[in-house]
Design a protein around this ligand. Structure first.
Ligand SMILES: Nc1nc2c(ncn2[C@@H]2O[C@H](COP(=O)(O)OP(=O)(O)O)[C@@H](O)[C@H]2O)c(=O)[nH]1
Ligand SMILES: [Mg+2]
Ligand SMILES: [Zn+2]
Length: 368
């Protein structure tokens, strides 16, 4: 049973392939099409309908200039000499994006073409409201719908109260207390997983993401993270995947090990996460009000009448400052790239001396 499931690589329709995507594929050269199940540096694991293949993907960029990512729909070419490679990436319907760790201001797509984002926090410890708000910003900015899962509800008897507290800072978002141990609300969560709906799991390591995936598949799936794939020489190999089609429908994308979530150009996500602040700021007398000591400040009056919480205001300002700084960094980076090679700019921003010749590797720290 388990072996059948680890070999499970569904057809492309059940992975969300559409007639529209077929039209797109017909505009690019390709032998096969597929959906990326895991993107690594230089190659991707691609579900091509009935099978999984490793394809080179270092040279291709999507329309947005971003490398292929888990959840992307792609066109593959199969060259007799060079093997299989990703030739083109279809425009993304939605994308969960963080700022890439490191000093270069650039985005990293965590999951593409998703419908919902499960933001997961364990009730076995205090929920970090700041982390949750940050996750909400990138989830809203993705174009998908955030849903908050408070996991390990069995560890926290008063989970109804926790749901109430979290709901108060997650406007318009469903908040569900769930337990993998006693099954509490797992059926409610499962309702989101139907057909080719794709859900990204976002949460610290240890909150119960893998266990939830196992629960959602009725505990049948054990080594669900692995799949057999053919490599470029046609050999079979076992590869870890991040995109997991569930046997009863629905597709999960795990985003493992994401500790650091820098925002990436997410002003709309910020407004949706802090609607009371966005609304109040719109009533300030001055368009460039800093909500400090200016007369006619809507935010200040919200603080006085209690519709705005001090903690939320402080965090909103901090996230705004992060985005403001990022705009400056992007501008600065662009200026440098325009005048020098990108490789040298990256080295400089990492504090190294630029090299004269020979294009080196990226100077940045190891990325996930
Ligand atoms: N008490 C309790 N423990 C859980 C629950 N879900 C997961 N765990 C435990 O939490 C630990 C981390 O779970 P895991 O699924 O690996 O987390 P991940 O890193 O987010 O994938 C494991 O020891 C699980 O057995 C739950 O609902 N209740
Ligand atoms: Mg895990
Ligand atoms: Zn103001």
């Amino acid at each position: 049973m388990t072996d059948d499931l680890t070999a499970l690589t569904p057809n492309l329709d059940s992975l969300g392939w559409t007639a529209q995507l077929t039209d797109w594929a017909n505009t690019v050269p390709h032998q096969r099409t597929g959906r990326i199940a895991r993107a690594s540096r230089g190659f991707s694991l691609v579900f091509t309908g009935g099978q999984a293949e490793l394809a080179a993907s270092s040279s291709v960029r999507s329309d947005t200039g971003l490398a292929p990512s888990t959840g992307d729909f792609v066109a593959l070419v199969d060259d007799p000499e060079d093997g299989v490679s990703v030739a083109a990436v279809a425009e993304r319907r939605t994308a969960l994006i963080r700022r890439s760790p490191g000093r270069i201001p650039e985005p990293q797509v965590l999951a593409a073409n998703i419908d919902d984002v499960f933001i997961m926090h364990g009730l076995d410890r205090e929920v970090s409201l700041n982390r949750l708000e940050r996750q909400l910003v990138i989830a809203w900015a993705s174009g998908a719908s955030p849903i908050v899962l408070l996991t390990k509800a069995d560890q926290f008897p008063n989970h109804a109260e926790a749901v109430e507290t979290i709901s108060a800072i997650a406007a318009g978002v469903a908040v569900i207390a769930v337990s993998n141990t006693n099954g509490h609300n797992v059926d409610l969560v499962a309702q989101h997983l139907t057909g080719s709906r794709t859900i990204a799991l976002l949460g610290l390591s240890g909150v119960g993401k893998s266990t939830l995936v196992n629960e959602l598949s009725d505990g049948v799936v054990q080594r669900i993270g692995e799949v057999r794939a053919t490599d470029r020489r046609g050999r079979h190999t076992t590869v870890t995947r991040d995109l997991i089609p569930l046997p009863q429908g629905g597709i999960v994308i795990d985003t493992p090990g994401v500790r650091e979530i820098g925002l990436w150009q997410a002003r709309d996500g910020l407004d949706m996460t802090f609607p009371e602040l966005a609304a109040a700021a719109a009533t300030c007398r001055f368009a460039d009000c800093e909500h400090d000591a200016e007369p006619g400040c809507g935010v200040k009056s919200g603080l006085f009448d209690g519709t705005i919480l001090q903690r939320r205001l402080v965090h909103w300002k901090a996230l705004q400052a992060e985005l403001d700084l990022q705009d400056l960094q992007i501008e600065e980076f662009q200026r440098r790239v325009d005048s020098r090679s990108r490789a040298n700019v990256e080295r400089r921003m990492d504090g190294e001396r630029p090299r004269k010749s020979k294009r080196g590797k990226k100077g940045g720290k190891k990325r996930r």
